[in-house]
Design a protein around this ligand. Structure first.
Ligand code: HEM
Length: 165
């Protein structure tokens, strides 16, 4: 949610568009692509020898999936680091399949549908009920913290999203 709002505040025309449409989908896929909350997903452990993506993985290997790198792969995405929710407007299912913030397969997040619906409803309500804008020319801080989860950082000279006025 924080990342979604930071992106919307830094892109006022997209925010205006979202405000006009109150489309429950606007922003969330794009934000989860650019800023997956768990960038390396959760570690998985191979219970048997297997081959995945052409790599031989011995039994007992801990495997991390770099979702962040997949989401920003320049071979898959044009202008990969830009916030452009309209890239999902074509309804091209192939692009949605490349966005995996909830993981994949049997151990994927069981709350993905809930989280998608909740984010759409919460973002839609907040955009519908309030007029949002940055407090000055400076853009909202988009620096990412290090760690298992991907929270917003506090770069010097920029405005953290939680600034108290
Ligand atoms: C935007 C919000 C959320 C994101 C991005 C997210 C992401 C993830 C990811 C990446 C995993 C690991 C998938 C894997 O192992 O490959 C996971 C697992 C899990 N998530 Fe979520 N999650 C979110 C919200 C939630 C919520 C709201 C709940 C509970 C109500 C939840 C419950 C779980 C559980 C129980 C697992 C473990 C599933 C298993 O290991 O079998 N998640 N989530």
């Amino acid at each position: 949610m924080e990342w979604a709002f930071a992106n919307l505040l830094n892109h006022p025309t997209i925010l205006e568009k979202a405000e006009a449409e109150i489309d429950s989908q606007v922003g969330q896929n794009q934000t989860l692509r650019l800023h997956p909350p768990i960038p390396l997903l959760l570690p998985h452990y191979s219970s048997d020898d297997c081959i995945t993506g052409g790599f031989s993985v011995p039994r007992g290997t801990i495997l991390l999936v770099n979702a962040c790198a997949i989401h920003r792969d320049p071979e898959q995405w044009s202008d990969p680091t830009s916030f452009k929710p309209e890239r999902f407007e074509s309804g091209d299912g192939r692009m949605n399949r490349l966005v995996i913030p909830f993981g994949l397969g049997r151990r994927a997040c069981p709350a993905a549908t809930l989280a998608h619906k909740f984010m759409g409803l919460a973002l839609g309500s907040l955009i519908q009920c309030f007029e949002w804008k940055r407090i000055g020319e400076a853009e909202v801080d988009m620096v990412e913290t290090e760690g298992l989860t991907n929270a917003q950082g506090k770069a010097a000279g920029s405005i953290p999203l939680n600034t108290k006025l």
